[in-house]
Design a protein around this ligand. Structure first.
Ligand code: BGP
Length: 464
């Protein structure tokens, strides 16, 4: 396939506040859930590197934005940290606001379109103490925060997103319990998922209110970003395997897709949950809130597909239903450092699914990237990391994106995740994603890897 970027196709970088900013105590920033976890159990983090420093974006944002621009990129996403922007009285912290105003001004000066996300797994800790996403109080607090952000930065940001991967915290913190506060309870996971859905809807409503009241740019857009991992099962599936796909797809993907296109949750999924004793705790008035969740477009984070089969057992240790088990596809090509399958065609399949089932909703690839451990091995004699594996990874994914566009998918752009090496949650700096290296022992200095020149050329050769 020929690799030629279409005209009018965003090419940019994705990052998040909590993984890049650092400066965790600067300017009255509140403690976030990552800081609390880091303080309580630093050995849970790779090489004992907690949430404190990020990649120094707080100090280096100007240098970073210029670097991204120098590669030819036209846009980047980051997130506002709730813990930086707001104080505990739910008022804007002027010092936090000042930082994001400076980032916006710098992006504007360098003609970089800024995509701003409001939440990237980073709850302020005082709200976890009040019940976290299990509490309606937090849902309401999030709406207050979103409202404040729209009003504060409305004239500086065009592309807004309510949440990054709203499925991840219900899973990682509550169902699987791999992340702090380590809850292993499907019921509580469902409650969190539902509350985050309501929070999304309230934020969208705030967005439209702010627009109506003239706080936003006229062409401002609101979106949601999720990892809509396309589900696949065995080649000759049993009806039970297909049922596993329906529920996996239902809870991870259709839940959000139906919400943002139709303003409701998928009935078949709610029915099955109910029949298996898992009632979504809807209250009077919630239906009206859900109706407000429709967005202008979507971000699709794609790293790997989801391969599943019928579960070996119907219930877990709490007696709650299990809907699927992982399925190991023997031909899978793996990113062994992250344990994720590399399957570029998944991006095409998602594009086709969108075209058929949600034809009115456009999307862009909001994250895609490859994290590799010990990249030092790949330095050449000049000290530059020769990351040919990353070039191949991105090239293959771009090719499938362009094929999807040719076949009618409404994909509007591509953001590479972690274009500048960043802090990967409890994996810290284990797997590096960047096309730009961050030298942890050298003052967090930025150095181009081989892939940086490659992407620069791909962009320069784009259709005009
Ligand atoms: C996505 C998250 C990002 C990023 C990425 C890579 O799910 O939105 O925040 O971290 O995955 O994953 P990791 O950093 O865990 O390797």
């Amino acid at each position: 396939m020929e690799l030629r970027l279409p005209a009018n196709f965003f090419m940019g970088a994705a990052m998040s506040g909590p993984q890049t900013e650092g400066a965790y105590k600067t300017g009255g920033r509140l403690e976030s859930i990552w800081d609390t976890w880091s303080d309580q159990s630093i050995s849970d983090f790779y090489n004992k590197v907690g949430s404190y420093v990020g990649n120094c974006f707080y100090e280096k944002y100007e240098e970073d934005i210029k670097l991204l621009k120098s590669l030819g990129l036209d846009s980047f996403r980051t997130s506002i940290q709730w813990s930086r922007l707001m104080d505990k009285n739910q008022k804007v912290n002027p010092q936090g606001a000042d930082f994001y105003h400076r980032v916006c001004a710098c992006a504007k000066e360098h003609h970089m379109e800024l995509f701003m996300n409001l939440y990237h797994f980073d709850l302020p800790s005082y709200l976890l103490d009040r019940g976290g996403w299990e509490s309606r109080e937090v849902v309401e607090a999030y709406a207050v925060y979103a409202r404040a952000a729209f009003r504060e930065f409305g004239k500086e940001i065009r592309y807004w997103f309510t949440f990054n991967e709203p499925i991840v915290e219900p899973d990682q913190r509550y169902r699987v319990g791999y992340w702090y506060p380590f809850i292993k309870n499907a019921r509580r996971g469902l409650l969190v998922q539902y509350h985050i859905s309501l929070a999304h809807c309230l934020a969208v409503a705030e967005f439209y209110k702010a627009k109506e009241e003239g706080y936003l740019l006229e062409d401002a857009k609101i979106g949601l970003i999720n990892c809509f991992a396309p589900p696949y099962t065995k080649e000759n599936p049993s009806p039970e395997d297909l049922e596993a796909v329906r529920m996996e797809d239902g809870i991870n993907n259709r839940w959000w897709l139906d919400l943002v296109t139709e303003g409701r949750l998928p009935e078949d999924v709610l029915d099955t949950l109910r029949a298996r004793g898992m009632e979504v705790p809807m209250r009077p008035g919630d239906e009206e809130v859900l109706k407000m969740g429709k967005v202008d477009w979507l971000g699709f984070n794609y790293y790997h597909p989801s391969r599943i089969q019928a579960p070996a057992r119907g219930t877990d240790e709490n007696g709650d239903p299990v809907f699927s088990d992982p399925y190991v596809w023997k031909e899978a090509k793996m990113n062994v450092y992250r344990g994720w399958e590399i399957y570029p065609k998944g991006i095409y399949d998602f594009g086709m699914k969108m075209k058929e089932q949600y034809p009115n909703l456009s999307f862009f690839i909001s994250e895609n990237g490859m994290g590799v451990e010990h990249e030092d091995r790949f330095r050449d004699e000049n000290g530059q990391i020769q990351d040919d594996y990353r070039i191949e990874f991105v090239k293959e994914h771009l090719e499938w994106i362009f094929k999807a566009i040719q076949d009618g998918a409404q994909c509007k752009g591509y953001h590479y995740w972690g274009l500048i090496d960043n802090w990967s949650w409890n994996n810290a700096f284990k797997n590096r994603y960047g096309m730009i290296e961050v030298d942890l022992s050298g003052g967090y200095e930025r150095k181009l890897k081989k892939s940086a020149a490659w992407i620069q050329k791909v962009i320069a050769d784009r259709e005009k």
